[in-house]
Design a protein around this ligand. Structure first.
Ligand code: HEC
Length: 117
């Protein structure tokens, strides 16, 4: 029993820093995409400096808690969020949001990041 406990404690010591490292690196990856794709010129993103005109678009903060997206046009599901990020104008032709040519991998990183805000 005692051996099992020690084994467990060593496990925690070993894996806890690993879990932390994963979280941090994904946030950084999300920040990089957000900077490179100029999301900041319209959206205010916690932890990043906003552009002067940012704020014309919905805040990223609290996105996971919203029931609907894009002014009520979409229910807030991961599938709809993916569709929106992939090609906003296919959902709302008059939207100001451009197609930023995100890859599927970038979209997953962004969704994970937005869900953590
Ligand atoms: C030129 C301005 C602009 C840029 C650049 C832009 N967006 Fe948007 N975005 C908008 C606007 C405006 C909306 C609101 C939808 C609408 O009614 O048109 C929106 C909506 C969204 C939504 C839905 C939020 C909600 O609550 O409805 C998400 C998510 C989003 N944008 C993510 C991004 C990401 C990620 C990027 C960068 C890859 C980005 N946007 C770049 C203008 C922009």
């Amino acid at each position: 029993m005692k051996k099992l406990l020690i084994f467990f404690q060593i496990g925690i010591l070993f894996f806890a820093p690993l879990a932390q490292a994963t979280g941090t690196s994904n946030t950084e990856a999300a920040h990089t995409i957000i900077r490179e794709k100029a999301c900041l010129s319209c959206h205010i993103v916690p932890g990043l400096l906003p552009a002067p005109q940012a704020g014309i678009a919905p805040l990223f903060e609290g996105l996971a808690k919203r029931k609907r997206l894009v002014g009520g046009l979409l229910t807030n599901t991961p599938k709809n969020l993916r569709r929106w990020l992939k090609n906003p104008k296919a959902i709302k032709s008059m939207t100001l949001m451009p197609n930023t040519a995100l890859t599927d991998e970038e979209i997953e990183i962004l969704i994970e990041f937005m869900n953590s805000l």
